[in-house]
Design a protein around this ligand. Structure first.
Ligand SMILES: [Zn+2]
Length: 118
């Protein structure tokens, strides 16, 4: 079976560009938030900072996953589950371009996470 590797590479590169720009925007926002303001604003400021920080961490994590997926494309393992070696269907990668797991393994992981074992 041949895969449209180039299609997914382009898709990932577009996602990477988008995530990088988002990260830059978040970091810019955080710098602005550090300018001291009135007392009344403090509480919401802190809250906003925390939201921005978790957003930043999420986006950084996303970038990592994108880079990993790009490395997997180069290594020729992009369409293979990293856990059990089963092929990952293209429809799944179309929806989740940086997943490294087949549906079965992903479900298993989710179950373990819910039980606090993951
Ligand atoms: Zn698997």
């Amino acid at each position: 079976m041949t895969h449209d590797t180039e299609h997914f590479r382009q898709k990932l590169l577009a996602l990477k560009k988008e995530a990088t720009e988002r990260l830059e925007a978040i970091k810019k926002d955080m710098r602005h938030e550090n300018i001291p303001k009135d007392w009344e604003d403090r509480a919401s400021e802190t809250e906003n900072d925390e939201t921005l920080e978790s957003l930043m961490l999420l986006t950084e994590r996303e970038l990592e996953q994108i880079n990993e997926a790009l490395a997997r494309i180069d290594a020729g393992s992009y369409f293979t589950c990293s856990e059990c070696g089963a092929p990952i269907p293209e429809q799944r990668l179309e929806l989740l371009p940086f997943t490294t797991l087949c549906v079965n393994c992903a479900e298993l992981h989710e179950k373990q996470e819910r039980l606090g074992l993951g």
